[in-house]
Design a protein around this ligand. Structure first.
Ligand SMILES: N[C@@H](CCC(=O)N[C@@H](CSS)C(=O)NCC(=O)O)C(=O)O
Length: 296
């Protein structure tokens, strides 16, 4: 007799939609995302997206402001805001007449404190976002396949662990009304001609390699890549460029592991303050706790 346990079927987790109009309710599961999609020339180019790349020079961090400028409210979100730049970011939001609805994090940063807590204090309606896998506190805990809407535009969530356990990449939607080319906000999973280190916070070089190859390099080749940091003066790359020229991620898996094990980078100066603060999205005073090293 066939045992019932053999018949167990794993059902896909239902997509959670944040703030989405009903017409956006059909999102393809992440696992079904097409590789190297070719686009029909009849796809209209969406210019509804207002986009700004902002920089914090001490930690070389990029913050991204996105808004739907065609929507009457001009709903907006910030990806990876930095605490010391919140005044600048919110002034810009105000000057542009935007309504900030989300302060989002790609992961628990180790080198600076997120601005999401300060932003929530200044604009109480704003919701903080981080991944469930980060084991952190936020208003909204997101997972792979979730869809975060702002006006008629949306970001989909891809799980890209490896730099930290809870790293995610936010990718602009696939569809005729969404920005073309697509844009991926990779956090520290993929840096331009580099990648995030994997020696603490649950980091794993093999996991990072799999994440980038399965979740980022499978996006259309013209997808614009926007990392959370740059240390060399780069601002943007593409999937095609990184698949050709990334000096780490173009290697075979074992060679990549070897590179990551031998980076010999000093720990970020702020790590003992930043990690506990970012585990609560910058909202609470927390005493600094040392962060334990992990193997690659
Ligand atoms: N010197 C900086 C930290 C630099 C650093 O470690 N950057 C991280 C991302 S922030 S945790 C990283 O992954 N770098 C990869 C690389 O190849 O440089 C400081 O003290 O804050």
């Amino acid at each position: 007799m066939l045992r019932l346990s053999l018949l167990r079927i794993t059902l896909p987790r239902p997509t959670t939609l944040f703030n989405c109009p009903t017409r956006h309710t059909k999102l393809r599961p992440q696992t079904m995302a097409a590789s190297y999609t070719t686009r029909s020339s009849s796809h209209p180019r969406s210019n509804n997206l207002l986009f700004r790349q902002l920089f914090e020079k001490e930690s070389s961090t990029y913050t991204y402001l996105l808004a739907d400028r065609s929507h009457p409210d001009k709903p907006a979100l910030l990806i990876d805001p930095v605490d010391k730049m919140v005044e600048r970011d919110l002034s810009l939001v105000k000057e542009l007449g935007l309504k900030l609805i989300y302060a989002m994090n790609t992961h628990v940063h180790a080198d600076h404190v997120t601005g999401s807590g300060l932003i929530k204090n200044k604009i109480p309606g704003v919701k903080s976002i981080i991944s469930k896998a980060s084991n952190s506190q936020a208003d909204l805990l997101i997972e792979a396949g979730d869809k975060i809407c702002f006006g008629d535009l949306f970001l989909e969530v891809r799980a890209t662990p490896g730099h930290t356990l809870g790293c995610v990449t936010y990718v602009t939607g696939d569809g005729p009304d969404q920005p073309q080319p697509r844009m991926a906000f990779t956090g520290d999973a993929l840096l331009i001609r580099g990648c995030g280190r994997t020696d603490f916070q649950g980091g794993s070089s093999l996991q990072l390699y799999k994440s980038v190859h399965s979740q980022i390099f499978t996006l259309p080749k013209d997808t614009l890549l926007f990392p959370a940091h740059d240390y060399k003066g780069f601002t943007v790359s593409t999937v095609e460029e990184e698949m050709l020229y990334n000096p780490r991620l173009t290697k075979e898996e074992e060679a990549f592991k070897n590179i990551m094990e031998n980076l010999k980078l000093p720990y970020p100066k702020m790590i003992d303050i930043a990690v506990p603060a970012n585990m609560v999205c910058g909202l609470q005073d927390v005493s600094a706790k040392p962060v334990e090293a992990t193997s690659n």
